[in-house]
Structures are given as structure tokens and as C-alpha cells.
Design a protein around this ligand. Structure first.
Ligand SMILES: [Zn+2]
Ligand SMILES: [Zn+2]
Length: 176
């Protein structure tokens, strides 16, 4: 994914819209499944010295719920607003990969192209949720017998729900 900067500069401050859609595995994470997709919308404006990028990255990935362990489709909706400085093209020969890294790490742009893959990949990585839930009130698995409490109940449920710490507190309170 790249932006041709002369096209942006030519607009003289007017925003250009871009949209990229695809699979996560093709751009950001080769281990992602086929059903993990992204939709990236960008609004880009700028001149000779600065490029402003406003964007929205919507991601749908295959994830496993951290409570009930069931696979589900997790949605991420990340918005960002970034200012890139434009520097004069360097002497060294740049490859798309080295420019992508430069772009992501220093928010600088040199040459005619702004390569976005690395920058977006970092957004994606930082935006990921480490304990995803299939739904906010997922009841998880029974710690006693392991059944999925979203689907069924079990006889050990009542016992496992009594928290020993609360029992101790009850004993300590003189008015009860
Ligand atoms: Zn769950
Ligand atoms: Zn149980």
C-alpha cells in the first residue's frame, strides 16, 4: 500500500481519499487466517514539507474468546491522525521495505512514495486486544468441570461461586 506524493501535493492542501481493503495475512501478519480482513480509509493532504494523514482502520479477525475459548470474529476500529515530515530524497538507494520502516519509525517521507504497510502494521499490533471476549458478558467456562456456562449450567456451579474471601469478611463483621 503506497501513496504517490506528487498527486497529494498537486491538490495543494485539498484532501485526497484512499481506500485499501484486503487480508491481514497479505500485509500485516502472515500467520493470520484467511477470514481476517481489514478496511483502511485514508484522507491525505499536504504540501512540500508536511503530509497529514487521517485514517480509520477497521479490522475483523478470527480470535478465541479468553474466557470461553470459543472462536469468534473480533472487530477493531482504530482511528488515527498523523503528521509526516517530508525530507529531501537521500543519496542512499532506498528500497520500498527500508522506506516503509523509515516511514513507520520516524514519520518521515522521502522520495515520491509514502509506503504505509509498516506504519499500519504497527497500528494494528498496538490496537490488538490481548484478552478478547466473544461478548462483554461472556460467562466463561466453569472452573470446576469446564463446561461452557454460556450454553449450560452444571451442578458444581453453586459451590464454585462461593468466594472464600467474602466468607471470611462476613465472619469478621460484628453486626452480622
Ligand atoms: Zn466467550
Ligand atoms: Zn461445573
Amino acid at each position: 500500500m503506497w501513496i504517490h506524493l506528487p498527486a497529494v501535493k498537486q491538490k495543494q492542501g485539498e484532501a485526497l481519499q484512499y481506500r485499501f481493503q484486503g487480508k491481514i495475512k497479505d500485509h500485516f501478519d502472515s500467520s493470520a487466517g484467511d477470514e481476517s480482513t481489514f478496511d483502511l480509509e485514508l484522507s491525505i493532504r499536504g504540501g512540500d514539507e508536511e503530509i497529514m494523514i487521517k485514517g480509520r482502520l477497521q479490522v475483523e479477525i478470527e480470535a478465541d474468546c479468553s474466557r470461553c475459548l470459543q472462536p469468534f470474529r473480533q472487530q477493531l476500529d482504530l482511528k488515527f491522525d498523523e503528521l509526516f515530515s517530508v525530507t529531501a530524497p537521500g543519496d542512499k538507494k532506498s528500497t520500498p521495505e527500508s522506506l516503509a520502516l523509515e516511514t513507520a519509525n520516524q514519520l518521515t517521507v522521502s522520495g515520491d512514495y509514502l509506503y504505509l504497510d509498516e506504519y499500519i502494521r504497527q497500528l494494528f499490533v498496538l490496537g490488538q486486544v490481548y484478552n478478547p471476549l466473544c461478548k462483554p458478558d461472556c460467562r466463561g467456562l466453569c472452573p470446576g468441570c469446564g463446561v461452557d456456562l454460556n450454553e449450560t449450567t452444571c451442578s458444581c456451579e453453586d459451590e464454585s461461586r462461593i468466594d472464600l474471601r467474602w466468607q471470611k469478611l462476613k465472619e469478621l463483621r460484628p453486626d452480622k
